[in-house]
Design a protein around this ligand. Sequence first.
Ligand code: ATP
Length: 562
Amino acid sequence: MKRSVPFIRLAEALEKVRATSSKNEKVALVAEVLKGLQPRDAEVAARIVSGRSSERGSRDEAQVGYSTLLDVLRGVTGASESDVSKVYLRHGDLGEVAEELLGEKKEQTLFSEELTLAAVDDAFARLRSTKGKGSSAAKRGILKSLLLAATPLEGKYIVKVLTGEMRTGMVSGLLEEAIADAYGLSEEAAARGHMLLGDMGTFARVAASGKAAEVQMVPFRPVNFMLAEPFATAAEIAEHFGRQVYAEYKYDGIRAQVHRSGRVVKVFSRRLEEITSTFPEIVAAFEDAKGEFILDGEAVPFAGGRPLPFQLLQRRLRRMEGFEEAAKNAPVTYFAFDVLLLDGRETVGLPLSERRELLRSIVAGTEAKTAETFDVKTEEEVQAAFRRSRDLGYEGLVVKDPESLYGMGKRGSGWVKLKEELDTLDVVIVAAEYGHGKRAGVISDYTFAVRDGDELKTVGKAYSGLTDTEIGEMTRRLKEITVADHGYRREVKPEIVVEVAFDSIQRSERHDGGYALRFPRIKRIRTDKGPADIDDLVKVEKIFDGQKLKLDARRAQDSSAP
Ligand code: ATP
């Protein structure tokens, strides 16, 4: 077997990728590195470029807290706590801190052998598998040897992967293109291979082995979910489709893919994590079903023919209760709305109208249900379906074109959604503060950010919306992911995603996003989303502009009034 290639090649390429704003150049740089790599190296390289240290969907990430990282960096470089703080404040990025400090490394390895991609990946694997009591010292040891062996530039990218802050602008579409270029795949073949395999590293490995064209959809390997485009009004939806389409209730639960083969049932989340043990009812519902299949649908807290509050499910997801007790307090019904695979045949390429027939025959006779659907065409019909949905306690509608195919991982206009509260934002918490009064001992004020290209920009601070138990839990998690502790305020690793509602958006100098949400409140903690799934500054600007239009219209009306 060929020797694994030096990690420095990848680190140098990433440095150039970060420096250029040209998408073509980014693609060419990464393709150049990938070309000719043996499959395992290709897997490691692509995964690192995508900013991950482990396979997508794996629950075991190489969890290293910021405090551990900082500690090891201090140990390896001899920097003091205040040196590190100063450097951190200058860069605001732990990878850059590592690069700067490693340039003045105190300790040296005896044999300075070049780090290879395989060696870095091995270290990540060891970090992942080091768990339980005494694991923190062992993790420090692994990290220390890794950083001692690394050049400053290598150290920078190792730390960037471990903190999940790659920020090279190499978004998933560009990386897909680079893999396609490196291994001679068409755009379609690359998109399909990536979607079916879910993880960028696995896809690069298969492509490097020349097997990308053979990838099939198979049970127990989750694929990316189709997403819906938000629309503001029933009128826009009626106009968008202009013909008879399906309106389905928008169920308020957790998106879940159900896989069944040979009496084994597994459930996967939107992040492609296996969540089977969280939902014993779903397993029970499909165990005795017929055939081998993959379904898409929503796990909804539901009892007595009505939906229950989503919050009940949230407790269950955060595993604050035993599974059995949880199933009693927040029983879940699976509402299936699509089928992706049936008895060895992919159905994603069939129109929704046909998929729906197949779905009905699979779900019939099980404890699961199919999503309720109405035929709608006019604005009035869409509006009536929407009202019905709200009256029954659902979130709104997802309106779907019967002709549409299932676009894995796509937010297409084949599915559009209509909600009461149009403007919520999914944001990530980047800093937090202790509260006052009865919240003095807990971290209850959260500064949050949206994405702006590769960067995170803050757009507000939320104090309300969570229960005391949730705040307690949040306090514990935020302490674990603290980057810099300034006493009452801490900066944290951007990891926790929350959905915030707000009254309006204002321009603001206080936040580096240039806007501030007014009266933001946390609607829910989005455990189903990661920092890659949050909203961006473009959406904030769009809402801002939209509200200005509404305001102008109102002013115009007021001034023309007698
Ligand atoms: P949201 O925050 O609005 O739930 P999202 O970002 O999670 O949005 P989108 O694809 O934009 O996901 O919106 C559709 C979501 O609505 C799906 O992810 C799914 O969880 C949920 N949903 C509920 N009922 C349906 C349905 N009948 N068809 C499709 N999706 C549905």
